[in-house]
Design a protein around this ligand. Structure first.
Ligand SMILES: [Zn+2]
Length: 396
């Protein structure tokens, strides 16, 4: 009987020890360590168990990252504008856009269309109808944080191949700036234009639907990306799966028309079908309505950003901003456009002895009655026009 009791106690202790061991094994945080002790030569099992424990105990990881984008329209540098920027020792356009810089500098990406070619002073500056502008125009935009630049428009060919290549030389000195729509070689044109900001990969293309009757030199089609459905399809399909967002700059539409043409809508609809997320339009020199085509944001015309054209309609342009938001959950990413906001800018100048001077671009909210009488009336007029077809865009 005593032996039986001893054996029972012994068995009980063994059971308790085993139980304790099991409990410790289960709850001890470094369970992998125990597993390594128990299965020292089979690391694949350890790895497998580790993965299982992660996926079963932790909720699927959801991450959100965003990149902000700002957009303005055409930099159309007439002689009155560069004469006003002449310092006697070069040109300084920075004061002309300093009020907008206060806004644009805060964005990850900032777009504008360099309508007039930056061929440089050495080629001789010129105004309408065949423009050539000094490099200092680019300096002012770079200083204000602009880093997405369209080079494709109806004035790209104004001063020929030399001016185009000079402009490329200039922009290549600014590797933080991504240009599109005009290239120095076929090889350069074939390289996908992909960038990344805050973990968001984007592709940027620029095309023009117009050339003012100027012909791209034969065999040098890379100098100007003329829009065709085929070219856009080829470009976009090449990158669509490699990036989160595709941005296309379109120089299209009818000059001085405040409404969208059927050609513009046809191109925008086609681009949307290719999976383009944002279409940034310009060329009409005035603003036009914004539309959503399914999930694609289409800004048909940003209007002028800076110019010496005349009339409030042509001196008023749009500024537009949004957040590109990328959400990744269980390895699947999706992109949405949020916080869309539209506002207006106005190019002010005054005239002394018939000469226009003191050019300066003002966000409408900074205008006074002295700078532009009835600016509130103009603000409402153009904002109502821009936003007539959308309800998800805030007013600046
Ligand atoms: Zn144009």
């Amino acid at each position: 009987m005593e032996k039986f009791l001893k054996d029972s106690i012994c068995l009980f202790i063994i059971l308790i020890v085993l139980l304790l061991f099991l409990i410790i094994y289960k709850i001890f945080p470094f369970s992998v360590y125990w597993q390594q002790l128990l299965i020292p030569f089979d690391s694949s099992v350890v790895q497998e168990n580790k993965d299982t424990s992660l996926s079963s105990e932790e909720p699927p990881l959801k991450t959100t990252t965003r990149a902000s984008l700002f957009m303005v329209g055409d930099a159309l540098i007439h002689s009155a504008v560069y004469a006003d920027a002449d310092t006697g020792n070069g040109y300084d356009f920075r004061p002309m856009i300093e009020e907008v810089k206060e806004i644009s500098k805060n964005y990850d990406l900032a777009f504008y269309n360099q309508e007039t070619i930056l061929g440089g002073s050495e080629l001789g500056l010129s105004s309408y109808p065949r423009f050539n502008s000094p490099y200092e125009v680019g300096d002012a935009f770079v200083d204000a944080g602009f880093n997405l630049v369209s080079l494709a428009n109806n004035h790209t060919l104004d001063r020929g191949e030399t001016a185009i290549l000079n402009s490329h030389q200039y922009w290549k000195q600014h590797p933080d700036v991504m240009t599109a729509g005009s290239f120095s070689s076929k090889n350069e044109m074939d390289q996908p234009n992909i960038g990344e900001v805050n973990g968001i990969r984007y592709a940027f293309f620029a095309y023009t639907d117009w050339t003012n009757g100027l012909v791209v030199p034969s065999g040098k089609e890379y100098l100007l990306a003329r829009y065709s459905n085929e070219l856009a399809k080829q470009d976009i399909e090449k990158v669509r799966d490699q990036v989160d967002v595709v941005i296309v700059s379109m120089h299209f539409g009818d000059e001085y028309s405040l409404s969208v043409s059927s050609r513009q809508r046809e191109i925008a609809t086609y681009l949307a079908s290719l999976g383009v997320d944002i279409v940034i339009g310009h060329h009409p020199h005035v603003v036009e309505p914004i539309e959503m085509i399914d999930d694609t944001l289409v800004i048909y015309s940003l209007g002028n950003f800076i110019s010496a054209q005349r009339g409030v309609e042509k001196l008023t342009g749009m500024m537009f901003s949004l957040d590109i938001v990328k959400t990744t959950e269980a390895g699947v990413s999706k992109v949405s456009l949020e916080n869309m906001k539209a506002g207006l800018v106005y190019t002010y100048s005054d005239t002394i002895n018939g000469i226009r001077r003191n050019f300066k671009v003002y966000p409408y909210q900074n205008l006074t009655e002295e700078l532009l009488p009835n600016h509130e009336m103009y603000y409402n007029k153009y904002m109502n026009l821009i936003l007539q077809n959308v309800s998800n865009v805030e007013r600046w």
